[in-house]
Design a protein. Structure first.
Length: 148
């Protein structure tokens, strides 16, 4: 049985290493605990209980710690970076003609009007949402314009 537990620990460790999040590290710890129980020549039932208890304890200890450490470390994607920002219209935005482009964050994006109105080139807009690779924007008045 000790070889089974050792293989299980390695397998859970490999699965943890190739995935992006915490998915099996607790079972690797439980397998190591059961491995030592097998080395001590304890019964299979006791080994299974130790596996379950150590896995649950590892989960209970590490999950809140990982959540606390991961807080505030959100890396924005392209969509997160531009949503809510202001942009300059580089091509008239006309939903009926399927035209429009805006320049924001060093990139030109295809744009559509969130309200359906035509927005002329040179206007400033606020990015409301993103659908696929299109930004849906709303024209901002000169008074409400925010510097991006």
């Amino acid at each position: 049985m000790m070889w089974l537990w050792l293989c299980a620990a390695v397998l859970f460790g490999v699965v943890e290493a190739v995935t992006a999040g915490l998915v099996s590290v607790w079972f690797a710890a439980g397998s190591v605990g059961a491995f030592f129980a097998a080395l001590a020549d304890l019964s299979v039932t006791v080994q299974l209980v130790i596996f379950a208890v150590v896995s649950a304890a590892a989960l209970a200890v590490s999950r809140p710690l990982a959540a606390r450490l991961g807080r505030g470390q959100h890396v924005p994607t392209n969509a997160d970076r531009v949503l809510g920002r202001t942009a300059g219209v580089t091509e008239d935005i006309d939903n009926d003609a399927a035209t429009g482009a805006v320049y924001v964050d060093g990139k030109t994006w295809t744009a559509r009007s969130a309200g359906g109105e035509v927005i002329p080139a040179g206007s400033r807009v606020e990015i409301q949402r993103m659908e696929g690779v299109k930004l849906f924007v709303k024209k901002i008045t000169e008074k409400a314009e925010v510097v991006s």
